[in-house]
Design a binder for this molecule. Sequence first.
Ligand SMILES: Cc1cc2nc3c(=O)[nH]c(=O)nc-3n(C[C@H](O)[C@H](O)[C@H](O)COP(=O)(O)OP(=O)(O)OC[C@H]3O[C@@H](n4cnc5c(N)ncnc54)[C@H](O)[C@@H]3O)c2cc1C
Length: 415
Amino acid sequence: MGYSLWSLARNARTHHENWPKAWRSPEPKPAYDVVIVGGGGHGLATAYYLAKEHGIANVAVLERGWLGGGNAGRNTTVVRSNYLRDESAALYEMSLKLFEGLSAELNYNVMLSQRGLYMLCHNAHEVQDAHRRAHAMRLNGIDSVFVPRADLARHIPIIETSPHIRYPVLGALLQRRGGVARHDAVAWGFARAADARGVDIVQNCEVIGLRREGARVTGVETTRGTIGAKKVALVAAGHSSVLADMAGLRLPVRSMALQALVSEPVKPVLNCVINSMTVHVYVSQSDKGELVMGAGMDKFHSYGQRGSVSVVEDQVAALLELFPVLGRLRMLRQWAGIVDVCPDASPIVCKAPIAGLYVNCGWGTGGFKATPGSGFVFAHTIAREEPHPLVQRYSLDRFAGGDLVDEHAASGIAH
Ligand SMILES: Cc1cc2nc3c(=O)[nH]c(=O)nc-3n(C[C@H](O)[C@H](O)[C@H](O)COP(=O)(O)OP(=O)(O)OC[C@H]3O[C@@H](n4cnc5c(N)ncnc54)[C@H](O)[C@@H]3O)c2cc1C
């Protein structure tokens, strides 16, 4: 490390002043080769891989608020690749592998912690499904193991394993390489690395219309003026359908408020990630000591990034059913993010049926883990004008043809 005690003391004395900015704040240029709408993790990763893998750096990422103000900074940071279908397993596993090298790739610590992820089974059906998924994952070269109840108490000492509770825990599907990563570090790391390759990141710049010449999209109207583009890529998560609507394109996406909450920080009590689809909560412990939990969703469509009391009540009740020892834990705060849910709980990554327009959305409740992979395959799709082999099934056509990739069970959230 190039830091001496003396330089640490000097920086402390100067209150961390004059540090270089991690990325520039440029005025938008009149036109770019590619304009990416949405400065979340997926938009920033797309920009980074466009510049790095395809040499396309004349790119702007337009963000209506601040970087990471959307779901990139609101999610509960779980990463995993325990999906059932071959095409999902390949895509999410590629993303997890990119995560495993991401801190080195970006020279930015994304705090990946592969502490193991357990998906609990509470009935015979879930046990059968977990075995099926474990086999499918292994056939796809992904680590997975079924942990019977007798072993669970050893793995997770504070979990309630009594056979006499409402939904006794019968076992769990474990992916040891699953875990968590620091969400905003992922966004900031991609932002810094994309900026270093010449990408313009423009915050406080809302896209309010799409410019068209004939049948082709040729740019965007924004709150900071018109910006021309050879290609426009929509990566706006919960607001994707609003943006696509500006081009007259109707997406099969529902926008829902997915919620999360954290407790006060406590000493380390949980060294893995736990997910229960039946009791319906998932939980991990952050490095600060807070228990981070989620899985609750408002039952109606909305763009309000707020939590709601009934969801908090359900989440806390579920937590206590699994971990009665946490009965005196106090909750600290709650929030929501607007997720973009497709009918099959799988994403859309493709060229739109409108020239010059590209769509990346539908990651719904589970797109954080896909951030690097999504950017990688979307950059390929934009640059080469053809779908990356890993996303051939994830086009809009599948909804017309009924060729869905149903991953509701792997999404970890009932919806
Ligand atoms: C509470 C919660 C918990 C979650 N937990 C997990 C988890 O544990 N693991 C996991 O894998 N996934 C999780 N997810 C899902 C994950 O967060 C998302 O799938 C993923 O972050 C979406 O991609 P993104 O980061 O690019 O989205 P966002 O960060 O939402 O990026 C989209 C951006 O587009 C911008 N935008 C919208 N409209 C416009 C416009 N007109 N002009 C300019 N910019 C615009 C928005 O401001 C936003 O910044 C969770 C989501 C929520 C809400």
